[in-house]
Design a protein around this ligand. Structure first.
Ligand code: KIV
Ligand code: ZN
Length: 537
C-alpha cells in the first residue's frame, strides 16, 4: 500500500485517464474495468483520480460512485468528478463523489475569446457563472477545483480575474488547461509565473494549489507541464500512456520519471511508486484496446531495448553508459521463470498477489485452469504471461456474446474456414461457419453473422508477450461503424493467435453493442443453428 505524504515540494499527481483518457476515440470502458483501473492507479500512488463526468450519463454517474465507494478510502486517493459550470452538473457530480472519504468537484468554464463566443457570453457573464458555480460546489464539498478552459489562448488579464473570482468563491485548486495543445514551454512558464504572482488570494502561502492540464497537439504536453512545475505549479493533470482527446494528454509516466530521474534539477518529490508504471500502462492499453507505440518514452516495448552493437557492449560494461534509468525502476523485469506445470494453486495465488492481483474462490479456479493449460503448452510461464492471462480473464466488457469454441482450417490447399460456437446472454448457443481470406478473417465473418453487429475493422495488432515459439500472443483490435466517429477496442491473449484474435474481436463487438445501445439485437437464426457464410466473393 502506498503512503501518501505531502509538503511544499510534493508534486500532486491528478490522473484523468478515466475521464479525459476515456474521451479518446475507442477508449470505452465498462464500469468493472474502470474500477479495476482506479484500484491500480491507487496502487501506483496517484493523489487524485478524476473518475469521470457524472452528468454525462447515468452509467457514468454509477461508475464514479463505485470508484468513490471502493477506491476512495481513508488512505486512498481523492476521488474527483468533472462538472460544467451548470447547477445540474454540479449536483450530479456531488452525487458521484460524495461517498469518497476525500471527494472533489472539478468545475470548468471556457474563458478564451473562442469559448466565450461559442457560449455566447460576455466576460462579465463568464465571471458571474464562475462565481455561481464555485459557490454552489463549495456549499456541497470542501475540495473544489476550477478550470478556465482554453486558458492557453485566454488573455492573461482576464485569466487573472477568472482565477481570482474562483478563489474568492471557494476554489482550493486552480487548474490552468491548455485545452487545444497550443502553447510552448517558455511562454507557458511565463504565463503561469505571472498568474501565480498576480492572482489575488492565490499567491504562495494562500493554500491554493496551482495545477496544469496540457494537451499534446504539438507534442509538447510533457515539456509544458514540466515548465509549469519549475515555476511553482504543484499539481499535474496526466493520463497513463498519454491517452486523451485527439493527440492526448500529458503522460503520467513521462512526468513522474523526469522528476525522479532529474531529482537534483527539480528538487521535488511525488507519491508515485514508479515500479507500478509498466503494469498500469499495460492494463490501460489492454482494457482500452489502445496499443502503445513501441518507441513511446518509458513504457514503449523498445524503451529499454538496445539494438546497436556499440550500445549493447556499453550497457554490458555499465548500464549507466546508455541508460538514465533502470528497467526495474518502472517495473519492467527480465522475463522470469516463475511457475511451472507442477506448481499448485497456492503458488499461483501467491505469485499473483506479489504482482498485485487479489484472486480468490471461483476467479482463482478459473485462472488456475488457464495457467495449467498454458503451462502444458509453454515451457516457461513468466510474470508477463501471468499479467496477460489476468488481463484476458478479467478485462471483460459486458458480455452480450461469449466465445465458447473455435475451429479453423487453413493453409495453401483450400479455402480458410472457421467454425465458431458462441453463447448469448440468455445462454443460447449459436454455431456458424464462414470462409474468409485467412483464418482470422473467416472467424470474424462467422462472429459477424452470429452477432448481427457488422462493423469495420480499423486496427488489428498482434504481438508476443515473451520470446520463443511457444509465447503467448496478445491481440488488440479496434472496430468502428460507418458514419460514426466512435470506435471500440478489444483485447485477447492465448497461445493460439487465432483464438486470441477472436477473443479480442468479441470483446470489441460487445463494447460496440453496449456503447451504441444495440443490446436488443437478435442473433442470427435460431439458437443452436448451424450456418455457413461465404465471404471471399
Ligand atoms: O482540456 C481541458 O480543458 C479539459 C478541462 C475540462 C480541464 O479537459
Ligand atoms: Zn483535457
Amino acid at each position: 500500500m502506498v503512503t501518501r505524504t505531502y509538503d511544499e515540494n510534493t508534486v500532486i499527481f491528478f490522473d484523468t485517464t478515466l475521464r479525459d483518457g476515456e474521451q479518446s476515440p475507442g477508449a470505452t470502458l465498462s464500469s468493472a474495468e474502470k474500477l479495476e483501473i482506479a484500484r491500480q492507479l491507487s496502487r501506483l500512488g496517484v493523489d487524485v483520480i478524476e473518475a469521470g463526468f457524472p452528468a454525462a450519463s447515468p452509467d457514468d454517474l454509477k461508475a464514479v460512485q463505485r470508484v468513490a465507494r471502493e477506491v476512495g478510502t481513508e488512505d486512498g486517493p481523492t476521488i474527483c468528478g468533472l462538472a460544467r459550470a451548470v447547477e445540474s452538473d454540479i449536483r450530479t457530480c456531488w452525487e458521484g463523489v460524495k461517498d469518497a472519504k476525500k471527494p472533489r468537484i472539478h468545475t470548468f468554464l471556457g474563458t478564451s475569446p473562442y469559448h466565450l463566443r461559442m457560449l455566447n457570453i460576455s466576460e462579465e457573464q463568464a465571471l458571474e457563472r464562475i462565481r455561481n458555480a464555485v459557490t454552489l460546489a463549495r456549499s456541497l464539498c470542501e475540495d473544489i477545483e476550477f478550470s478556465p478552459m482554453d486558458a492557453g489562448r485566454t488573455d492573461i488579464e482576464f485569466l487573472i480575474k477568472a482565477c481570482a473570482t474562483a478563489v474568492e468563491a471557494g476554489a482550493t485548486t486552480l487548474n490552468i488547461p491548455d485545452t487545444v495543445g497550443y502553447v510552448i514551454p517558455s511562454e507557458w512558464a511565463d504565463k503561469l509565473e505571472h498568474l501565480i504572482a498576480e492572482t489575488p488570494g492565490a499567491g504562495p502561502g494562500s493554500g491554493v494549489i496551482w495545477s496544469v492540464h496540457c494537451h499534446n497537439d504539438l507534442g509538447m504536453a510533457t515539456a509544458n507541464t514540466l515548465a509549469a512545475v519549475k515555476v511553482g505549479v504543484r499539481q499535474v493533470e496526466v493520463t497513463i500512456n498519454g491517452i486523451g482527446e485527439r493527440a492526448g494528454n500529458t503522460s503520467l509516466e513521462e512526468v513522474a520519471m523526469t522528476i525522479q530521474t532529474r531529482k537534483p534539477y527539480y528538487g521535488l518529490r511525488t507519491n508515485i511508486d514508479s515500479t507500478q508504471i509498466m503494469k498500469t500502462s499495460r492494463m490501460v492499453s489492454n482494457y482500452m484496446g489502445m496499443p502503445v507505440q513501441p518507441n513511446k518514452a518509458i513504457v514503449g516495448a523498445n524503451a529499454f531495448a538496445h539494438e546497436s552493437g556499440i550500445h549493447q557492449d556499453g550497457v554490458l560494461k555499465d548500464a549507466l553508459n546508455f541508460e538514465i534509468m533502470t528497467p526495474e525502476s518502472v517495473g519492467l523485469h527480465q522475463s522470469k521463470l516463475v511457475l511451472g506445470k507442477h506448481s499448485g494453486r497456492h503458488a499461483l495465488k501467491k505469485r499473483l498477489e506479489e504482482l498485485g492481483y487479489q484472486v480468490e474462490g471461483d476467479a482463482l479456479n478459473q485462472v488456475f485452469a488457464r495457467f495449467k493449460h498454458l503451462a502444458d503448452t509453454k515451457k516457461n510461464v513468466t510474470d508477463a504471461d501471468l499479467e496477460a492471462l489476468m488481463t484476458d480473464e478479467f478485462s471483460k466488457p459486458q458480455e452480450y456474446f461469449s466465445l465458447s469454441d473455435i475451429q479453423v482450417v487453413c493453409g495453401t490447399m483450400g479455402m480458410p474456414t472457421a467454425t465458431i460456437r458462441m453463447h448469448n446472454a440468455n445462454g443460447e448457443t449459436f454455431v456458424q461457419s464462414a470462409v474468409g481470406t485467412g483464418p482470422v478473417d473467416a472467424s470474424y465473418r462467422a462472429v459477424d453473422t452470429i452477432t448481427k453487429a457488422p462493423n469495420m475493422l480499423i486496427e488489428y495488432s498482434v504481438h508476443s508477450v515473451t520470446e520463443g515459439i511457444d509465447a503467448l500472443g496478445e491481440v488488440t483490435v479496434r472496430i468502428g461503424l460507418p458514419n460514426s466517429p466512435r470506435t471500440f477496442g478489444g483485447y485477447g491473449a492465448d497461445s493460439d493467435i487465432v483464438v486470441a484474435s477472436v477473443k479480442a474481436y468479441v470483446a470489441a463487438v460487445n463494447r460496440m453493442i453496449a456503447g451504441m445501445g444495440l443490446g436488443d439485437i437478435q442473433p442470427e437464426g435460431d439458437a443452436a443453428v448451424v450456418g455457413i457464410t461465404t465471404g471471399t466473393d
